[in-house]
Write a protein that binds this ligand. Structure first.
Ligand code: SF4
Length: 275
């Protein structure tokens, strides 16, 4: 039986995966939060989420993709990185993080097995997170330049971070069916953000495609043929009210891009300056 380990910031002991409402910093759910068990339930619970806190709570307890549920929970129980072996692992979908009424929505690919899947917060606890939060800090959106762990005091102003797929996938590679199953959460994020939203930053081609698909699912107009992904690409998403929201693309902040120099800090800063 799992005896639990102490949270690195608060010292409170948690089982892994973390039960909803157990007191984890930033946990949006409670034991009563409604839980999606298949893609149809994702669509229904996403569409009926009345506000951002309710959406985040429902995302964080979703169990619609058996392969991903199995992976995220097995990493949390038995597959921890050696350097984090004595920490509790979140082991649940990553809820959105940041300003609930954002002007900018940042869309990543999916949680990392030892990053968000460990800390319970988007892009938190890994090198990719250091990159995006540092860039958001330089641009004035993030209070701190890094993002160590849930409960570290990090805050976003005017920006919110979500992902195309909310569970850590093996090899960072969600299947087409998993991407489709998770899309209603992103569509609801776009819909709830719409009144204040000015622009969306898609990190990588999967986030770009997911954002366009989610916008179309909301009935927003997207140019045809589908705009192509490329670093610095820009297109317009037209809402049902006829308002234009800009969609920008950046290479993903993954280590395979940042270590190789395919994505540099000035390149990322230049895109964020256009948001
Ligand atoms: Fe639910 Fe998305 Fe995770 Fe699938 S990937 S279980 S739809 S949160």
């Amino acid at each position: 039986m799992n005896q639990g380990e102490p949270h690195p910031m608060t010292g409170q002991y948690f089982d892994s995966p973390v039960p909803p409402g157990a007191g984890w910093p930033g946990d949006p759910a409670t034991a009563a939060t409604r839980r999606a068990g298949d893609p149809e339930q994702v669509a229904a619970l996403a569409a009926s989420a009345g506000d951002v806190p309710e959406l985040d709570a429902r995302v964080s307890v979703c169990r619609a993709c058996p392969r991903l549920v199995d992976w995220r929970e097995s990493v949390a129980r038995e597959g921890r990185r050696a350097s984090f072996a004595h920490e509790p692992y979140w082991g649940r979908p990553g809820p959105g993080f940041g300003d609930p009424a954002p002007s900018v929505l940042v869309v990543g690919l999916a949680p990392a097995a030892n990053g968000t899947n460990r800390t319970g917060r988007m892009f938190t606890g890994d090198r990719s997170g250091d990159w995006i939060y540092s860039a958001l800090h330089r641009a004035g959106y993030a209070e701190q330049p890094g993002s160590r762990h849930s409960g570290d005091g990090q805050r976003l102003r005017g920006a919110r971070i979500v992902a195309a797929v909310r569970c850590a996938p093996p090899g960072n590679a969600p299947t087409g069916a998993e991407r489709a199953a998770c899309r209603p959460w992103l569509a609801r994020d776009l819909g709830l953000a719409e009144p204040t939203l000015r622009s969306v930053l898609a990190l990588g081609s999967i986030a770009w495609d997911a954002t366009i698909a989610a916008a179309r699912a909301l009935g927003w107009q997207v140019p045809r043929p589908k705009p192509r992904f490329g670093h610095g690409a820009q297109t317009g998403l037209t809402t049902g009210d006829g308002r234009r929201i800009e969609l920008f693309a950046s290479y993903h902040v993954s280590q395979q891009n940042t270590f190789t120099g395919r994505l540099t800090e000035p390149m990322l800063d230049a895109v964020i300056a256009r948001l």
